[in-house]
Write a protein that binds this ligand. Structure first.
Ligand SMILES: [Zn+2]
Length: 240
């Protein structure tokens, strides 16, 4: 006897009406044109894009600046030199004046010197712009010290979630993007942290928004929570 799984039927009509994807990259394989087209295929009101890392930070940021100027549904974050506070602050100033609206820090993939990440996070907080950070250890968790708006990429999938809870359970300025992390971890974290602190992200092109949305479908049955994670939290947190 065949038993129909109603979750499969329901998923087809489930996709939220409004979505903001807070974690995407432009890369050799993913252009701004492609992402913009995706915003027409899926109900994506906004996609936030980051550069990938290379030694030519200015060139990478310029590509994001061009995308933001060309497509109104694309918001862009900058990368900065984490070995020199002076260079980081100068580039931050330039990128903000060109329309970028946040900072991406990725210590596992970037050279880092001294307390430059902490200084950048503090400066971003002073300017009230969000920082998305990839944390992979207690060292990188330590960069976050109650300054401004922080988004922990992949809900911190490289660190035990209990360490995350211990550090940030009460910090409402620290949010978690849902990209790449498995749905069960998000479900468990939701037992301890308010749904307002989760933001939908796909990490495209390393994953895909359709796949990442499907994951959310299995996180909770609550439409209210889904709408918050898919759209409303990001709209508020990023001031869109
Ligand atoms: Zn990423």
């Amino acid at each position: 006897m065949q038993i129909k799984d109603p979750r499969v039927e329901n998923f087809l009509g489930w996709i939220p009406e409004r979505i903001i994807d807070v974690h995407n990259h432009l890369s050799k394989t993913q252009s701004a044109e492609y992402l913009n087209e995706l915003t027409n295929q899926l109900p994506l009101e906004r996609v936030v894009v980051f550069p990938l890392y290379s030694d030519d930070i200015i060139m990478q940021n310029n590509r994001i600046i061009d995308a933001v100027k060309k497509f109104k549904k694309i918001s862009g974050f900058m990368i900065l030199d984490m070995t020199s506070k002076e260079k980081a602050f100068t580039e931050m100033e330039r990128c903000l004046s060109e329309g970028l609206t946040g900072v991406k820090i990725n210590p596992p993939f970037q050279k880092v010197k001294g307390d430059v990440p902490q200084s950048v996070i503090k400066e971003a907080g002073r300017r009230d712009i969000p920082v998305t950070i990839h944390v992979d250890s207690t060292r990188t968790l330590g960069y976050i010290r109650h300054h401004g708006k922080i988004i922990i990429a992949h809900a911190g999938f490289d660190v035990p979630w209990k360490s995350l809870l211990a550090s940030f359970e009460k910090d409402n300025n620290v949010c978690f993007d849902t990209s790449l992390v498995n749905f069960f971890r998000i479900r468990r974290m939701l037992d301890f942290i308010e749904p307002e602190r989760f933001l939908f992200g796909s990490d495209s092109p390393f994953s895909h928004p359709t796949l990442e949305l499907m994951k959310l479908y299995f996180v909770t049955d609550s439409r209210e929570i889904i709408n918050k994670i898919a759209y409303r939290n990001a709209k508020q947190f990023l001031g869109l």
